[in-house]
Design a protein around this ligand. Structure first.
Ligand SMILES: Cc1ncc(C[n+]2csc(CCOP(=O)(O)OP(=O)(O)O)c2C)c(N)n1
Ligand SMILES: [Mg+2]
Length: 305
């Protein structure tokens, strides 16, 4: 069921004026996420590039526009929550913070270094912007559901967003959470699935298939939107539709490409992680992402402000 405001909100996203301003902005955020996440993984000598690149456009939509921080204060109790349940994509999360000015680019490239708060998986005690530690697949989803319930109990209108990998959906915990959230009609909860069709070493369908995925979520009592996870207008539209659903949680199944944006990585499970990028590989990747020769050193060292 949609609440009456939903169509109005939807129209707002689709007006030409909003599209003209918002979409180029979100696309720029996505480019920064991809470049900076890869620079960080290169500098660390280890990390998960494939799943960081596949979720970059989703993160750009969330941090570029969707997440609401009252007074621009990301610590405000009334802030929207975001949980990266697929915590191994942490470099993309840190890069998203930097892309909108919540973190410094130069800090993102300290990824996985001794003493850095920006470790390979997000740590709640080290990172003020992190809502809960993640990395053990499935757990972030449960924590996010608890946050959504807590917000409702406190009568706060903030929303909770949580991103899961498709391989992560093989965790039994996810389906217990899905039942719980639907039972409690947590309409302030929106899950995004980075459906890149791959997990660690191979295609999901060769390990443990997920289809029919949309039907499964519907059967569990969720509102389902299905989008191309690299098309910003589609993602924004789905987020608005989800915000308008009043009686159940929503899930956005985002069809994505693992390694999106970098030719050598696209659709190749070898780039899941944990991989070390050579100098030639990072330069080729940066060129794919539109970095010009004279900008190369600055991007690789996180010197862009
Ligand atoms: C409980 C748990 N089991 C195993 C792992 C190791 N692991 C890290 S990433 C990954 C694959 C995840 O695949 P997917 O969710 O599809 O992530 P993406 O394709 O977005 O990188 C696995 C098995 C883990 N982090 N947590
Ligand atoms: Mg995957």
């Amino acid at each position: 069921m949609l609440n009456p405001a939903a169509n109005a909100i939807r129209k707002q996203v689709l007006t030409e004026d909003v599209q003209l301003k918002l979409i180029p902005h979100v696309n720029r955020v996505a480019v920064t996420i991809r470049r900076l996440a890869l620079a960080a993984i290169y500098q660390a000598g280890s990390g998960h590039p494939g799943g960081a690149l596949s979720c970059a456009d989703l993160l750009a939509c969330l941090y570029g526009t969707e997440l609401y921080f009252p007074g621009n204060n990301p610590a405000h109790p009334g802030r929207d929550r975001f949980v990266l349940s697929k915590g191994h994509a942490a470099p993309a999360l840190y890069a998203a913070w930097a892309a909108i000015g919540l973190a410094r680019h130069e800090d993102v490239v300290t990824l996985r270094k001794l003493g850095s708060p920006m470790q390979g998986h997000p740590h709640v005690l080290d990172l003020p912007l992190c809502e809960t530690s993640t990395g053990s697949l499935g757990q972030g989803f449960s924590a996010a559901i608890g946050m959504a319930l807590g917000l409702r109990m406190k009568r706060l209108s903030a929303r909770t967003y949580v991103m899961l990998g498709d391989g992560e959906l093989q965790e039994g915990e996810v389906w217990e959470g899905a039942m719980f959230a639907a039972h409690h009609r947590l309409s302030n909860l929106c899950a995004l699935i980075d459906y890149n069709k791959m997990q660690s070493d191979d295609l999901n369908e060769r390990i443990m298939g997920l289809e029919p995925l949309a039907e499964k979520w519907r059967a569990f009592g969720w509102h389902v939107e299905e989008v191309n996870g690299h098309r910003v207008p589609e993602i924004l539209d789905a987020l608005r539709m989800a915000a308008g659903v009043a009686d159940r949680p929503s899930v956005i199944i985002a069809h994505t490409i693992k390694g999106k944006g970098v030719a050598q990585m696209e659709g190749n499970p070898a780039w899941h992680g944990s991989v070390k990028l050579s100098r030639e590989q990072i330069e080729a990747a940066m060129r794919n992402l539109g970095v010009l020769a004279h900008e190369m050193e600055d991007w690789i060292h996180g010197r862009i402000v």
